[in-house]
Design a protein around this ligand. Structure first.
Ligand code: HEC
Ligand code: HEC
Ligand code: HEC
Ligand code: HEC
Ligand code: HEC
Ligand code: HEC
Ligand code: HEC
Ligand code: HEC
Length: 483
């Protein structure tokens, strides 16, 4: 009996030591000494942070406080903290020690350039028109508005603590003290750093919402958003891998279409990408939509400037085609292009032209937003025109129409054109011959615009065929509804 017992103990010990040996060679089986020291205080001092980290994959892989927060003395935000050199900011450069691919992809995207808003019209609004210079020499509004989405410059005090001008801040194009750009916490909230949380649409919705880019609202009212709500629990969102076509098929989230992995109909595995520009074929942010490779070249995204819009569209179609047929998807893209071309040619391009005439001929001052017509034009393209374009790109008819081209048309005909006419009247007999000539040019622009078939209704000049067609349809409608 005695020998048998000893034999069992021997077997158990052998198995145990083999197990620990194996475990040690794959993932470190214990926390570093440094991290253990951090925890000895922080388990109490910042209990929430400790607990959240405890739920993370990092904890399970023995990636601890020190592995992320460690710093070298030459870093601008490094400080001595209980015998350790650390920093508060954990920048993409820090994450890149273990996640080089994700960081490289992120760096090639518009997200990494989102902090470059200084000098934009929106920036003039927040700094000057809406703001003042009383918060550390700048506008408090810019710090708590724009920069919370776009990213601030993180400024460091002598002792390594951070100034309120740039911290707290998780803006996506943040300028970090170590010279790197971006913030991974913009999407991966600390200290769980979970992929699941980032796959959810609310994640993107912190920034992608509101009057000028309502992607979250657009998604929620689309068939895709409806399917997501209905099937949220069947999507395996907490899976270690999350491949469309393998792990789920019931609904796409923002991440599905723009970032996540796809098993295509040909059996190819398209991996996750952290470059959100790889699957979009229009840039719908400027007054008139342009192709993404054009805007990427201007931003200095060299790699992306070489990826043409057709390739990016094909990338997206691989996603759609898991759930739809190619005819369905191709037709959708024709419908989408149709609305973009309509908006561009009927409103955006002529609008850009006439605003240029106003500035070039000094018919309005070069100062932005001091003339009514500047606000009118701004809202037409920056709010209403974008809403229409974002609505159609992601299947939200209400945004395409009622919050979109309806508002564009209403303000075009009832505000923009009347304001232009007023400017012409004011300047047509001006003593300044330059202004007089300018007013004539604008009058000519108005006349030519209103002669175009798509605008001719405004002056009562619909073609006889169109008039007859409309009249017949109206009479039939009246018969049905009695009004
Ligand atoms: C002796 C206890 C102790 C040790 C050891 C310790 N900390 Fe702290 N740490 C603190 C306390 C206390 C604070 C301040 C908490 C507060 O202000 O609410 C703090 C603050 C911090 C901050 C925030 C600083 C700021 O100004 O916002 C970071 C980041 C941090 N610790 C990381 C670490 C890391 C990483 C380690 C291990 C390398 C570590 N700490 C080790 C006690 C400790
Ligand atoms: C995977 C990397 C990672 C790990 C592991 C990690 N942190 Fe952090 N921590 C971050 C990031 C990222 C931020 C936000 C800073 C930023 O935006 O750059 C942060 C912020 C903080 C802050 C300041 C924020 C606040 O809310 O006051 C403290 C304090 C902190 N961490 C402590 C800890 C402690 C303690 C641990 C271990 C229990 C830990 N961290 C583990 C990445 C990490
Ligand atoms: C010291 C190495 C190291 C550092 C530094 C590090 N990570 Fe990780 N990270 C890992 C490991 C290891 C895993 C776990 C991989 C696994 O379990 O599949 C992981 C997993 C992840 C995941 C996937 C979690 C999930 O739910 O699947 C995310 C997201 C992530 N890290 C983000 C970050 C971010 C953001 C930073 C910087 C703030 C960072 N990591 C810093 C090593 C690191
Ligand atoms: C709620 C978050 C949020 C706030 C606040 C915000 N933005 Fe944005 N901004 C975005 C998003 C998201 C986009 C991209 C929209 C898209 O892709 O359609 C964007 C786009 C832009 C663009 C166009 C960039 C391009 O590629 O053409 C500029 C310029 C800009 N914002 C400046 C500002 C300024 C200046 C402010 C403050 C007055 C501001 N934004 C406030 C989220 C925000
Ligand atoms: C725009 C939001 C967004 C930003 C910013 C972001 N991520 Fe992610 N990340 C995601 C999403 C969504 C996933 C999940 C993809 C999937 O599995 O479908 C993910 C997954 C990951 C993973 C798991 C492995 C993988 O590729 O699936 C790692 C690691 C990771 N991110 C690291 C980072 C790092 C490091 C940064 C900072 C450069 C970063 N992420 C910035 C959205 C983001
Ligand atoms: C913290 C704010 C923030 C979050 C969170 C965020 N974005 Fe963005 N996103 C922006 C801003 C700002 C821009 C415009 C940047 C520019 O062009 O200057 C942008 C641009 C984009 C673009 C246009 C890319 C291009 O090449 O033109 C796409 C697509 C996009 N985001 C998708 C997403 C998705 C999907 C998520 C969630 C997984 C997400 N974003 C999360 C702020 C954010
Ligand atoms: C069914 C797939 C799908 C889903 C789900 C989806 N998108 Fe899109 N998204 C698209 C398509 C298609 C376009 C237009 C691409 C093009 O121009 O070719 C687009 C365009 C965009 C753009 C570019 C806007 C611009 O100004 O140029 C942003 C930003 C964006 N989506 C963000 C989001 C966010 C945030 C969500 C979730 C709330 C989301 N998308 C959900 C397919 C999707
Ligand atoms: C995960 C599966 C999935 C993916 C991926 C997907 N869709 Fe869908 N799509 C659906 C479902 C489900 C519906 C609702 C079908 C119905 O009406 O019963 C839908 C509906 C639509 C509709 C009809 C909208 C309406 O209001 O009737 C269009 C158009 C569409 N999708 C286009 C696309 C495009 C374009 C892409 C790629 C950018 C795409 N879908 C990606 C599942 C998907």
């Amino acid at each position: 009996m005695m020998y048998l017992r000893l034999f069992f103990v021997f077997v158990i010990l052998t198995v145990l030591s083999a197990y620990t040996l194996f475990a040690q060679t794959t993932i470190p089986n214990k926390m570093s000494e440094e991290t253990s020291a951090c925890i000895s205080c922080h388990a109490d001092q910042t209990h929430g942070i400790y607990q959240e980290w405890g739920t993370s994959k990092h904890y399970r892989a023995n990636v601890g406080c020190f592995e992320c927060h460690q710093a070298t003395r030459d870093e601008a935000d490094a400080f001595e903290h209980n015998d350790f050199t650390i920093s508060i900011i954990v920048s993409p450069k820090d994450c890149a020690r273990c996640h080089a691919r994700e960081v490289a992809e992120f760096d090639e995207s518009h997200h990494a350039k989102a902090g470059l808003i200084l000098g934009s019209l929106d920036n003039f609004l927040a700094d000057i028109v809406e703001g003042d210079n009383n918060f550390y020499g700048g506008s408090a509004l810019t710090v708590s508005g724009c920069k919370q989405c776009h990213g601030a410059v993180v400024e460091v005090n002598e002792d390594g603590s951070l100034k309120p001008t740039g911290w707290p801040n998780t803006g996506i194009g943040r300028f970090n003290p170590d010279g790197s750009i971006g913030s991974c916490t913009a999407c991966h909230q600390r200290h769980a750093f979970s992929a699941e949380q980032a796959r959810r649409p609310e994640n993107c919705g912190k920034c992608h919402l509101g009057p000028d880019h309502p992607q979250k609202e657009v998604y929620e009212e689309s068939k895709h958003g409806i399917a997501y709500r209905a099937h949220e629990d069947d999507l395996n969102m907490d899976g270690a891998k999350w491949v469309l076509g393998e792990d789920y098929t019931a609904a796409p989230t923002c991440a599905t279409c723009h970032m996540s992995a796809v098993r295509t109909n040909d059996g190819e595995l398209v991996p996750v990408t952290h470059d959100v520009g790889l699957r979009i074929s229009w840039n719908n942010r400027p007054p008139a939509s342009i192709r993404p490779e054009v805007s990427d070249a201007k931003l200095g995204l060299e790699k992306m400037a070489k990826v043409n819009w057709q390739t990016r569209r094909d990338n997206m179609k691989q996603v759609c085609n898991v759930c739809h047929t190619s005819n369905y998807v191709d037709n959708f893209y024709e419908q989408y292009d149709g609305v973009i071309n309509l908006y561009n040619s009927k409103f955006a391009k002529p609008g850009i032209q006439v605003m240029k005439l106003l500035y070039e001929n000094n018919l309005i001052s070069s100062m932005k937003f001091d003339d009514d017509v500047e606000w009118t034009w701004w809202e037409i393209w920056h709010h209403e025109g974008r809403r229409a374009r974002h609505g159609v790109s992601m299947n939200a008819p209400d945004y395409t129409h009622w919050h979109g081209l309806y508002d564009v048309a209403k303000h075009w005909y009832t505000k923009f054109i009347p304001e232009l006419k007023e400017i012409v009247e004011l300047n047509l007999h001006s003593a300044d011959s330059g202004k007089q000539a300018g007013a004539k040019k604008v009058q000519q622009w108005i006349d030519e615009l209103l002669k175009r078939p798509e605008h001719s209704w405004y002056t009562g000049n619909l073609s006889p065929e169109e008039k007859a067609k409309r009249k017949k349809a109206q009479e039939e409608f009246k018969k049905r509804y009695g009004k």
